[in-house]
Design a protein around this ligand. Structure first.
Ligand SMILES: Nc1ncnc2c1ncn2[C@@H]1O[C@H](COP(=O)(O)OP(=O)(O)OP(=O)(O)O)[C@@H](O)[C@H]1O
Length: 253
């Protein structure tokens, strides 16, 4: 059964431009000023580190659709990347059970030199699908992405809208048990959004798990059964959209 368990997860990044003067000044006041920011610290090698996530814990079961909300820099993308296995936890644990589909970046897992069709076949082989299953995925994605002749041209010749349609079609064709996505995948023109919503609806009906990061309360309200409100890398509130969103909006977001 699909599931996600995150326990006391913390992630920090070193700041590599520490010798730039203005940055140095900012960091100095963040570390030693009147109100030192809890997000910056020095590690054992004296590097300045930014704390992207601090002590995050939650579990998700089949049927749960989690929305991550919070202002810029709250840690939403870092959490999505940690769930996708792109970032290793510095502290804590991330356990993900089930086949994961990731929609964070259109180029993730794609080869720009290969055509759309070749990329689809490659993904099918990676997932260990039979030849027949790969052909079915290919047809499904071809009709969803509607790329015409571009289907047989290298990805590097695609517009951003084309890349988005291909990535979305492919990520939702090989049915993931867990779909992790950034809300900008729900951008695009009205027709695309309508068709994309149809595909996601099909996916979540199968009692699978969705994790989506969003700046738009309307998306969370429509799609999610649960919300994590994050600020400064920490969880502020975790609950049903009807409970969390009013407090979030009242706080001036
Ligand atoms: N690769 C990185 N190197 C250094 N710092 C990073 C890196 N990625 C994220 N950060 C820092 O970690 C913090 C959390 O960033 P993150 O991108 O997860 O926030 P977010 O909530 O997704 O923001 P947004 O809504 O703007 O996309 C920020 O302070 C950011 O500057």
């Amino acid at each position: 059964m699909a599931g996600i368990d995150v326990t006391s997860l913390s992630i920090s990044f070193p700041l590599y431009h520490g010798d730039a003067r203005s940055l140095k000044k900012t960091m100095k006041s963040a570390l030693t000023g009147k109100a030192p920011s809890s997000r910056f610290a020095r590690d054992a090698r004296n590097r300045i580190m930014v704390q992207a996530l601090t002590d995050i814990s939650f579990s998700l079961n089949p049927g749960e659709r989690l929305g991550l909300i919070g202002r810029n820099g709250a840690g939403k993308t870092t959490l999505l990347r940690a769930l996708s296995g792109i970032y290793e936890p510095v502290e804590g644990r991330v356990v993900v059970r089930g086949r994961v589909g990731t929609l964070l970046d259109t180029s993730l897992g794609m080869d720009p030199e290969l055509s759309g069709r070749e990329n689809i076949r490659l993904r099918g082989l990676f997932f260990g699908l039979s030849d027949m299953a790969i052909r079915e995925v290919e047809q499904d994605v071809e009709s969803f992405a509607d790329l015409g002749a571009f289907m047989d041209l290298p990805l590097k010749t695609y517009s951003s809208g084309m890349s988005l349609r291909l990535a979305f079609g492919l990520a939702t064709a090989i049915m993931p048990e867990i779909l992790i996505m950034d809300e900008w995948f729900m951008a695009g023109d009205a027709t695309f959004i309508q068709r994309a919503e149809g595909r996601i609806a099909g996916l979540v009906e199968g009692a699978e798990i969705l994790v989506i990061s969003s700046h738009m309360p309307a998306i969370v309200e429509k799609w999610c059964t649960r919300v994590l409100w994050m600020e400064q890398g920490k969880i502020v509130m975790d609950g049903r959209p009807a409970d969390v969103l009013p407090v979030y909006l009242n706080a001036g977001h």
